[in-house]
Write a protein that binds this ligand. Sequence first.
Ligand code: TRP
Length: 323
Amino acid sequence: MEKKIILSGMQPTGKLHLGNLEGALKNWVSLQDDYLMHCCIVDWHSLTSEYTNTGDLKEKVFQMAVDYLAAGLDPKKCAIFVQSQVKEHAELHLLFSMLVPIPRLARVPSYKEKRKELGLDSYGFLGYPVLQAADILIYRANYVPVGQDQLPHIELTREIARKFNSLYGEIFPEPEAKLTKFPVIPGIDGRKMSKSYNNDITMGESSEQTTSKIMRMYTDPKKIYKGDSGHPEECPVYLLHQIYTPDYKNLYPVCHSGELGCVECKKLLAKNLNKALEPIRAKRKKLEANPERVWDVLESGAKRARKRARETMGDVRNAMGIF
Ligand code: TRP
């Protein structure tokens, strides 16, 4: 049977962290055998909020590609590419922009929230989810692996596909979100791990850096001294143990009884986390020492993506009867 198509995308924020690794990348890696994957680094999307400071964009794209490969995405199986290298995304975005009423875009939750929070009000920012729809539909993707927060964008993508099909003929499938269940990864301050909170542990940092961050990590505030009874269910260190310590269940009773102190518990986590990250870091180092190889991967990924995108655009122009 022919493989179904997946498109996934991430904005090039620079170095990825454990939240990105556990929440998205590992899932992508697990899908690459069974689906025709397209992993897109959406650099144009990042311009919707970061248009004044564009000088480090190429470096951020590079670092993201390194993280993708180090996490185990295989360029033989999936097309790894940069959005701006496939200009057809922009062409389809332009055509889609005719189909979407402005009030519909003004109702998109991410627009309403970020407009206020970041003071963004450009035409490009309003059109963010239309560009995302073009990213997805240009490959006629069947599935889009995303988190809950992206569901409104997938819904709009489906609406655009339906509207296009009803006006010009059946060109696009209605893609479905592939929601991934993953634990929320806490940052070192106990809030959700996020680059913007500055509480992240990146995939590529040294084991010393990682250890020092874990040792500084927020823990159950009711456990102050060794001997105090702990509450693992409220402790972000225990949450990370659940991912990186195979026999984490044994820690629960000894934390609860007060036998296990936080320092010892954190040392164990740092050890296990470093062990899990070691192969990724080693792969990262190799890739960083050989940037040509990374740019080659992106180049050949773009070639593959472009081929499919051009086919779709041919059908789109035909269906619309335009040049
Ligand atoms: N909006 C997505 C995010 O912030 C990024 C993105 C852009 C995307 N285009 C996409 C995700 C296409 C999936 C499919 O995470």
